[in-house]
Design a protein around this ligand. Sequence first.
Ligand code: ATP
Ligand code: MG
Ligand code: MG
Length: 144
Amino acid sequence: MFKSILLAYDGSDHAREALAVACDLTKKYDAKLRIVHTPQAVADTLIVGYTAVPVPPTKEELEKAGREVIGAAESGAREHGVASFTSDLVSGDPAHAIVDQAKAVDADLIVMGRRGLGSLRGLLVGSTTTKVCQLAPCAVLTVK
Ligand code: ATP
Ligand code: MG
Ligand code: MG
């Protein structure tokens, strides 16, 4: 049924649940696992006088953080018994990056968390997942 499974990974607990499901399906269907992560800028704060000023990370800092996140996904995949996979860091808006990557790897299933790192905001379904469900060229499995 599924031949190319794309895992969207943001390093959250939800994404780790999605990783476990993606690996299980990869093995069951003898599919190819593809992992994608989009590094996202979380501004640090610099205190200037009495004012806190957000400082966006440099491109290098963002890429380094992204490599750490995708490295964690790769170790997780190996722990779940999937030794062979592809992984990509894609910049831009996460939802569009995931959908573009799904097209690029000809995914027939996208696996992602129902929520992610920003889940403190109280959304039932995160904005990345909502957008991917609307734009995806294939089935989307949201993991709780
Ligand atoms: P929001 O971002 O809307 O504040 P959220 O972070 O709780 O809320 P989403 O961003 O929709 O929710 O995250 C849901 C899932 O989408 C994650 O579990 C992960 O699978 C995927 N995802 C989110 N952000 C990224 C990203 N930057 N790169 C790859 N996958 C992502
Ligand atoms: Mg998010
Ligand atoms: Mg759960």
